[in-house]
Each structure stands twice: as C-alpha cells, then as structure tokens.
Design a protein around this ligand. Structure first.
Ligand SMILES: Cc1ncc(COP(=O)(O)O)c(C=O)c1O
Length: 319
C-alpha cells in the first residue's frame, strides 16, 4: 500500500483538529460522546472540505491549473471553501452552482461575495450540464483549468478523510463508532476506508442528508480510493453503514435536525447547521435512543462545519 505522504498535498488545514468529550451530552445519553472539531480546520468558517482540498488543489497545482471550477447547491459549503482555499493559493475560483435553494446574497453566497468570487448559476438538476458548462467557460478563457466535482467527492478528495481516520487512530481514544453527515459521499467513504485500514474495530455511520443512492456511491468511492492507495482490502456492502436523516429534503431543515441543533447549543455551546451536522447529530441521537451504544462505548461525532448555512435560511420559525 502507498503511504498517504506519497500523494501531492498542500497544507491548508490546521491539523490535527481537536477531539473533545461532550460532558453534558454524554451524561444525557448515558455513553461517552466525543466531537471531532473539523469545524476548526482554519480556512473560511472551517469545515470538512478543507481536508479534501489539500489533495485536490495539489493535483490542480501539479497540472498547472490557474482556474479552479467547482459546483454544488446555491449554499454549498464546499463551493465557498473551494473559493477560499483557491484564493489563498493564488488560483481563480469559478463556482457554477445549481439554481436551487437560497440564492439571495446570504450565508455562503455572502461570504463568496466578500471574497470577490465569480459565482454563476445554472438552472438544472443534472450536474453533467454543469460540468459541460465548466468546459465551455474554461475553453473560452483559454487558461489551464481544473474541475472539482460536487462536494470534492472523488478518490483524490476522499484521501483527506482517510488521513483524518489515521489522525483519529493516532489520538489514542478507542472509538466504537464514528458518525458523520453524508451529502456527496466522500467524507464517509474516506473515513470508512480509513477505519478499515487504521481503526478496524470502529463502525462509521453516514447520516444521509440527501436522497442519492449512497450505498452505491459510497462503496464506489471507497473502492476507487483503495485502488489509488493500492490498498489490499476487500470492501463490500457490509462496510457501509447509512441512515436516512434527510427529512423533508436536501437543505430543508427537519424538526429532528433543528432539535439536535438546539440540544447541542443548549448543552455544549456549539452551533451545528440545519443542512448537514444538525441532521447528522439527530441520527446519532436516534441511534442512542435505539440502544446502539453501550455505557462504556466511545462515540465520535464529526463536526464537519457548515456554519454558513445557519445564516442562509430563515430558521427562526424552526426554533
Ligand atoms: C458541513 C458539511 N458537512 C458534511 C458534508 C458532507 O460531506 P460529503 O459531501 O463528503 O458527503 C458537507 C458537504 O457538503 C458539508 O458541507
């Protein structure tokens, strides 16, 4: 197997991110709940995408790219962080976003405006239309460009979360469970593959916040990432643990998600977001209710960022 250090990587994140025990929530749930502070990765408002971008933007740089395209929903945290990291590295980000959700200049769109980012919208439900548009725009500009898929969820991006699993293993706490949000699959796939390699006794559960076929998507990214690493592991559906926490739809707050946001804020002074981490933490609470965790277990929740989303939608009604 290749070592992670053999891959091109640009240091963008402040690592390792802290792992903290949530004292009050542990007491409430009767188990040991810990939080991995990937909301503190140190670029923009923090978040999981910075880990992926360390590998993706290194590949872009190695290919001589001057322009970096990416996409996502109108309030994509990934798109905002791609813009922030690309700007830091002197590359020009161009975001071609789906014209869905909150398109007013709020939340992540406001942050993109502050960074002077070129943001465009395409009225489509098919990402292929957007990737084609990236090629049209890139070729018309005549500059070398690099395309990052939605969520940075390809094998190169997923390496960031294989590395995160290694970081968790090096921290020394024996976790029985890791729980993360799942929006495009790369974070879960990287963590699950990393767990297979470095944390063989840990189950990783992806809390789905969208309606895509994540059983297939996650396993596919895991397998292709394992191939990139030349890792000798056999992977199958049994390696994927998922739970549907989407509720009324992607980027639409759910009552369970908002209750989880409130619980975390009231007990720990931490602010989850309504689109990803609130719904994911609601999934962890549901697992606790169902008796999935023993009193002696250590359960790690990945706080993957998303603060921009708190300021995008009008959440006052949901609270
Ligand atoms: C805050 C936050 N958490 C979790 C995720 C999910 O990660 P992934 O897209 O790798 O499934 C995202 C993705 O957009 C995100 O922005």
């Amino acid at each position: 197997m290749k070592d992670l250090n053999e891959f091109s990587r640009i240091s963008l994140a402040v690592l390792p991110t802290p792992v903290q025990r949530l004292e009050n929530i542990s007491r409430l749930l009767g188990t040991n709940v810990w939080i991995k502070r990937d909301d503190m990765t140190g670029v923009g408002l923090g978040g999981n995408k910075v880990r992926k971008l360390e590998f993706l933007l290194a590949e872009a740089r190695d290919q001589g790219a001057q322009v970096v395209f990416t996409t996502g929903g109108a309030q994509s945290n990934h798109a905002m962080l791609t813009a922030a990291c690309a700007k830091k590295l002197g590359m020009t980000p161009i975001l071609i976003l789906k014209k869905r959700g909150v398109t007013a200049c709020r939340g992540n769109l406001l942050l993109e405006k502050l960074m002077g980012t070129d943001v465009r919208f395409l009225d489509t439900d098919d990402y292929q239309d957007i990737y084609d548009e990236m090629d049209r725009v890139g070729q018309a500009m005549g500059l070398p460009y690099y395309k990052i898929p939605c969520g940075g969820s390809n094998p190169v991006g997923a390496l960031g979360y294989v590395a995160c699993a290694r970081e968790i293993a090096e921290g020394g706490v024996p976790f029985q469970h890791i729980v993360c949000a799942e929006g495009s699959g790369g974070t879960h796939a990287g963590l699950a593959l990393g767990a297979k390699l470095f944390l063989p006794r840990t189950q990783v559960t992806g809390m789905m916040v969208d309606t895509d076929p994540f059983e297939v998507i996650t396993l596919d990214i895991m397998r292709r990432t394992a191939a990139l690493l030349q890792a000798d592991v056999s992977l199958g559906p049994g390696d994927i643990h998922l739970r549907d926490m989407c509720g009324p739809g992607y980027a639409i707050p759910s009552p369970e998600g908002m209750a989880a946001v409130r619980l975390m804020a009231e007990n720990e002074g931490l602010f989850l977001d309504p689109v990803y981490t609130g719904k994911a933490f609601a999934g962890l609470l549901a697992m606790a209710r169902e008796g999935a965790f023993r009193p002696t277990d250590n359960v790690l929740f990945l706080f993957s960022g998303g603060a921009g989303g708190i300021f995008a939608a009008d959440l006052a009604d949901g609270i």
